[in-house]
Every structure is written in C-alpha cells, then in structure tokens.
Design a binder for this molecule. Structure first.
Ligand SMILES: *Cc1c(COP(=O)(O)O)cnc(C)c1O
Length: 354
C-alpha cells in the first residue's frame, strides 16, 4: 500500500532523491566506492560540497556578498552560534513559538536579549504585527515558520538592523527576499535533506564585530575560510540535500515549488474550513503553508478517524506532543495526491459522523 508521509520532521524527501542517495551509498558516481568510504577531500566530494553551497545561494538568488555553509549541530546549535558570532551589545527577538523560545533562551546565555513581541498571549496562534525594532540592537531574530503551532510569517519585518531567521521548516518553499536577511539558518531534515547538516547562509559583512575569541567549530568566519570543510562534513546529509536542491531547480525552481505548495495548502485548508468535523487552530492570515494544524471538534469519534487515516495509508498526522490535535505537514516533496487522499478521508469521515 502507498504510504502518504505527513511527518513534521524528519520529513518527506523526493523519491528520486532517496533513490539516488541510496545508490551513492553503494557506488558513488560509478567509482566502485561508497560515498561513505571515500575522503571528504576527494575531488568527487569537494564537488558535492561546492555544488550544494552554490545551489543554496542560487535558489535564494544571493550574490557574492553572501556565503552558504553546511554545518553540523542542527538548528539548535545555531540558536547559540548565531548570538556568539553576532551579539555584541544586545539582540532583539520575536517569540512566535517553541523554537523561537529556544532561540531566545540560548541567546540569553550569550548576552542581552530584548523580546520585542510575542504571540504567547494567544498560544502562538498568530504572528505579531505590532512591534518596534530597536535600532541599537545588533540584530533582530525571527522564526519564519512555526513548525509546532502552524503559523508562518507572510511578510517579513522591514528592519534597519541585520535580520536573522530560523527557516528550518520552510526553507526553499517559497520566494523570499533573501537579500533582506543577514543570516538564515535551517536544519536540513524538515524540507531539504536528512538530519545531520544545517544550512547557514550569511552576509559576509556581518562577521567579526563582537571581538569574541570563538571555538573554531563555532566561528562562521573560520568555517567559511575553510570552505565549509574545516573538519569532516556530514557527507551523506550534504549530498542528499544537494540532490534535493537540484530536484527543485530541475523542476522549475522556487516558483514551481511555491505554486505547488500553494495549491496543496489551499486544498487542505479549504477542506478544514468547509468540513463540519474539524477546525483550524491558528488565525487565518498566518496559516502555515508547511504545517497545517487542526483539531477534531468531537473527540468522541477520534478513534474512528484514526482508523480511517490508517486504512488510507496516512502516516505522521499527529500533532506535536505539546499541542495535540493533528498537523498536516506539507513539505516540498509531499505530492498533491497525498493531500487529496487526506481531504477525501476527512470528507468521508464527515459523511459518516457529522
Ligand atoms: C525542527 C526545528 C528546529 C530544531 O532543529 P534541530 O536541527 O533538530 O536542532 C529549530 N527550528 C525550527 C523552526 C524547527 O522546525
């Protein structure tokens, strides 16, 4: 039976990417050797790293004033590494959910943090629109997509200070003005590749201002001087991420994936809004096109719904353990067909129980 993978993370990857990545584990580029057993300094792998870095910049339409790295430690390490590299006097943060809160907590270990807006008052069901950005802060940090609660920034803050963004769960899902950001980071495993690497993209002129003597591994400047190969990189995760970026490019680029993602999200939310059994959990203007959160109004028939999901081959729809309900993760690689299977089940369920 075909399984429809709605997992929130690690998330679905394109089938062609998985097949090619799997082949590389046995025989990489017809070398007779596995990608996992060759030197990361070999010409074959250096090319993979170069290609991954240049595709990331290409998809974000960034020029030579930016660098892209593939580091380790997940987005969680970036919560600490970004302030280590950028925070001299104080930083401004906007709190839109769990991950943003984690970023704030880690930054506070480095220096002064002003939380200039938060949506915690209404359980992170919206994105704050009223805030004043302090012009004397070193940077403003936001989280573009709130993976757990299901909200997403549609328009980004106009900041005179450097803008820093955790894009772990919506990187490469839509056209963004990337050159308005000074630093973007994203753990690969939601929308780009396997766990184990983190994309870090930054404007070169933001570095070297804190005077901090950083550990080598945590220094963006050193990492880029070493071409993202200071130590052994996570070769498989970088290779599969590169294949995913290539897949986006070959199919028509960000415009193509954005159009597809919009259709998927509309199809899903139309069903949520028209179906008497369900309701969405966040304010409509801020609904995420990546993670659609919703609840069953009558939990007495929850088991019936879950049985129908299972029969249809729908996997990974359960909401995050901290919020409950359901979460329809619609990452780039999820086909529209899977959304249709889900909405059909929702309709059938309503026909039976409404
Ligand atoms: C999953 C997630 C993280 C945590 O990523 P790790 O790579 O596991 O550290 C951080 N931010 C966002 C927005 C996420 O979705």
């Amino acid at each position: 039976m075909k399984i429809h993978n709605f997992s929130a993370g690690p998330g679905i990857l394109p089938h062609d990417v998985l097949r090619k990545a799997a082949e590389s584990v046995i025989d990489f580029n017809n070398s007779g050797l596995s990608l996992l057993e060759i030197s990361h300094r070999s010409a074959d792998f250096e090319q993979v790293m170069q290609q991954a870095r240049s595709l990331a910049k290409e998809l974000l339409e960034l020029g030579d004033d930016y660098e892209a790295l593939f580091l380790q430690g997940g987005a969680s390490l970036q919560f600490h590494m970004a302030p280590l590299n950028l925070l001299k006097n104080k930083a401004a943060y906007i709190n839109t959910g769990n991950w943003a809160s984690e970023a704030i907590a880690e930054a506070r270990k480095v220096g002064e943090v002003n939380v200039i807006a938060s949506s915690e008052d209404r359980k992170f069901t919206y994105i704050p629109t009223k805030y004043t950005i302090p012009i004397d802060a070193d940077y403003l940090h936001i989280t573009s997509n709130n993976t757990i609660f299901g909200t997403q920034w549609k328009e980004f803050p106009q900041a005179e200070i450097p803008l820093v963004c955790d894009m772990s769960s919506d990187i490469f899902s839509r056209k963004i003005p990337a050159n308005q950001f000074s630093l973007i980071y994203a753990g690969a495993q939601k929308n780009m590749g396997p766990a184990g690497t983190t994309l870090v993209v930054f404007k070169k002129d933001i570095l070297g201002k804190t005077g901090r003597n950083l550990p080598k591994m945590l220094d963006y400047e050193l990492q880029y001087k070493k071409d993202s190969m200071f130590n052994t990189p996570p070769v498989f995760a970088v290779y599969a991420s590169m294949l995913t970026m290539q897949w986006i490019k070959d199919n028509g680029g960000i415009e193509w994936i954005e159009a597809l993602n919009k259709i998927k999200a509309k199809t899903f939310y139309n069903e949520v809004d028209s179906n008497p059994m369900f309701e969405g959990t966040v304010e409509k203007p801020f609904r995420s096109y990546m993670n659609g959160t919703f609840v069953l109004k009558n939990t007495a028939v929850e088991q019936e719904f879950e049985r129908m999901l299972k029969e249809a081959g729908i996997s990974g729809l359960k909401g995050h353990r901290s919020v409950g309900g359901y979460r329809c993760s619609m990452y780039n690689a999820l086909p529209l067909e899977s959304i249709k299977v889900l909405t059909n089940v929702m309709r059938e369920f309503a026909n039976k129980f409404a």
